[in-house]
Design a protein around this ligand. Structure first.
Ligand code: ZN
Length: 440
């Protein structure tokens, strides 16, 4: 037997107060690590996640051909700085890993200020913030600094050092497979390639990890595959190496930027009316908070790979404020103070509810389809109107009317305007009174 909607609701609310703090704590532990699309930062991140869920770590060698792409050289970094004429570190990687353009090639030389400035990145509109920049597929080097600091650079010459390596190695990703009763799968994916950025990256990792932990404690109809992968190249690599298995993926969610922003945002799959799209809409519509549903677009996170036309998987993206649409995005202001445990908890709660809809949806047949069955004699109808009761008669009438073998519980929830949980509860009650049977 699966857990009932009531049991899920109770469990969600009991964990909700603590789960946000636990997610925030995991993010704080991961925050200082210098991650990239390859390298030891990702391995260290996966090692820490494996304390929560037993992920399997995979390494794909540099040079591997993955669809139209090639797995790049592995990048690692020990140190980096810019020293002034007095030998003082005015920019220091040890203070923030955002100071180095991610994937910078090694360099160690004295350089005149005008030449240095060509390698510096700033945010003039937010002069105290440090931007996050990458140069994955174009060998280059650079530093990111606050614009105020940029304006204060006056020495004629500086010493620049980036103690990095770009060598043959591998792309590393983590995978947690949770076998359910069916070999049909739900794919949950997050990117693990950003350095010290909290909302865009770490919040998705924390949500995926805690969702994995949560689902491992329940008996599931579906099998669950959690991917902790570097953005873009990670999903391309996984998809290219597991193309045959993608037929098993019936539903999927990319999780990103779920720790800040007052509303939840769901970006639909390419199909737009997949069960995951409809399940998420039903949950958000009845969750009581503000939300936004966006149509699919081929830009954003890894849903653009999962939803590429040759694969067209039913994968949507659950976020709060979308990528690029909050000023702190890809800057040093996306730090641990920017993300709130209560918002992380709400995102977790909604994600659990979405999976609950997917797990509980089904098609039933009314065993007494000629006129309504007499609910009163079964104790399923109020004897006297106006009395408060946990019996949702309207939900039961909808389930009885539309359970003709053609409508799923989610169809009924949509048509009736009811919350899925109410429809599911009504169906459970009718099943227990032999008024419904499962469609084959
Ligand atoms: Zn990002």
């Amino acid at each position: 037997m699966f857990v009932t909607a009531n049991e899920v609701s109770n469990r969600v609310f009991s964990v909700r107060s603590e789960i946000g703090s636990e997610m925030h704590r995991l993010m704080g532990e991961l925050y200082p690590i210098c991650r990239s699309i390859t390298g030891n930062g990702v391995r260290e991140t996966l090692r820490i996640i494996s304390r929560h869920i037993p992920i399997k770590i995979h390494n794909v060698p540099t040079g591997a051909q993955v669809f139209d792409w090639t797995v790049p050289k592995e990048w690692n970094i020990k140190d980096a700085y810019i020293k002034n004429a007095r030998g003082e570190r005015v920019v220091d990687f040890q203070q923030s890993n955002l100071h180095v353009v991610n994937y910078s090639v090694p360099i160690n030389k004295r350089i005149a200020l005008p030449e240095l400035k060509a390698h510096l990145h700033t945010l003039p509109d937010h002069p105290d913030w440090v931007p996050y920049r990458t140069s994955y597929y174009n060998e280059n080097w650079g530093f990111c600094i606050a614009h105020n600091q940029f304006s204060a650079l006056t020495d004629e010459e500086y010493e620049v050092c980036i103690d990095s390596s770009l060598e043959l190695g591998s792309l590393t990703y983590g995978e947690y497979f949770l076998r359910g009763e069916s070999s049909d799968e739900v794919l949950i994916s997050c990117h693990v390639c950003h350095p010290s950025l909290a909302n865009d990256n770490l919040s998705g990792i924390a949500l995926a990890a805690f969702l994995g932990k949560h689902m491992s404690a329940t008996r599931n109809r579906y099998s669950y595959r959690f991917l902790f992968i570097p953005g873009t190249i990670g999903s391309i690599t996984w998809l290219s190496q597991h193309e045959c298995e993608t037929a098993q993926i019936k539903h999927g969610l990319v999780l990103a930027s779920v720790g800040a922003g007052d509303k939840l945002t769901y970006k639909k799959s390419r199909e737009g009316d997949a069960e995951i799209d409809r399940a998420t809409f039903n949950v958000l519509r009845h969750a009581g908070g503000s939300y936004e549903i966006r149509e699919f677009s081929p830009y954003g996170y890894d849903e653009r790979q999962f939803c590429s036309p040759g694969l067209n998987l039913p994968v949507g993206c659950l976020m709060r404020t979308p990528n690029g649409q909050f000023p702190e995005y890809h800057t040093s202001a996306d730090n641990m103070n920017f993300v709130q445990p209560s918002l992380l908890a709400e995102s977790f709660d909604v994600a659990v509810r979405i999976l609950h809809v997917i797990e509980s949806n089904g098609v039933y047949i009314n065993r007494n389809p000629k006129c309504e069955p007499q609910l009163g004699k079964r104790g399923l109808y109020h004897a006297i109107g106006g009395i408060e009761s946990d019996i949702d008669e309207l939900a039961m009438l909808w389930v009885l009317n539309l359970s003709d073998g053609d409508h799923s519980l989610l169809d009924i929830a949509e048509r009736s305007g009811c919350k899925f949980d109410a429809i599911k509860r009504a169906a459970d009650r009718l099943l227990s009174h032999d008024l419904l049977k499962q469609a084959v």
